[in-house]
Design a binder for this molecule. Sequence first.
Ligand code: GLN
Length: 269
Amino acid sequence: MPDYQTLLAQSGLERIDAQVLFSHVSGRNRAWLIAHGQDEADAAIAAAFDTLAARRRAGEPVAYLVGQREFFGRDFKVSPAVLIPRPDTELLVELALARAGQGAQLVDLGTGSGCIPVTIKLERPDLQVSAVDISPTALVVATANAAVLGAEVRFRQSDWFAALAGQRFDVIVSNPPYIEQHDAHLAQGDLRFEPRNALTDEGDGLVHIRSIVAGAPAYLLPQGWLLFEHGYDQGEASRALLAAAGFAQVQTWADLAGLDRVSGGQWQG
Ligand code: GLN
């Protein structure tokens, strides 16, 4: 058996990926690895590590291999039924938190892993938080995340607003599938393994954004906010849609990389 250091070095993986997979199979953190790097590897751990390393070399996302991904400082369960939470989406959460008044009603459309509503509820227990997704398998993951993290979020199956008839919210958030159907990124990296219907609208990328903007006024309370994530080149189109639908305070916000990432507006009622 090689020592642990050699086991990881020979995996052909990026160091950080190798360390995360190693921690997952061994239950040992990086500090342990530094202290024990020269120990002869345990055969069962080495075998389990090699299996995951091979899958990673074949392209599977680390988040799916270990079954979780950190978002806003908390670990969320993920499976191939849901999009892997991205740091970019933390901007959407922060903007929603800043606009939700005491006790506000908030809904997340297309919740996937549930990372958005669960984070919002844990950050702001005073809010009434609900979330919908069209996918029953995604809702299983989201419900599990809410339970494990102790967030009281009401989940239901819905094609965007379909199951919300008669309800009104102070804040509507969404990170919808906004990638254009022929975008080369769909065939690259982690995206190859994520649910295609969580990534692309099979159109120009604005299909769901148009539906959400058009539908939102019927589900917003006066002065309520609609906030949604979009691609780096969809800010202008998003603002135009919001303005045409009658929203005020229409704005686009940039993510940490300086790219347009979230747009929104306030409904005057
Ligand atoms: N709301 C989830 C997230 O932001 C899923 C989004 C999606 O599947 N498009 O991670």
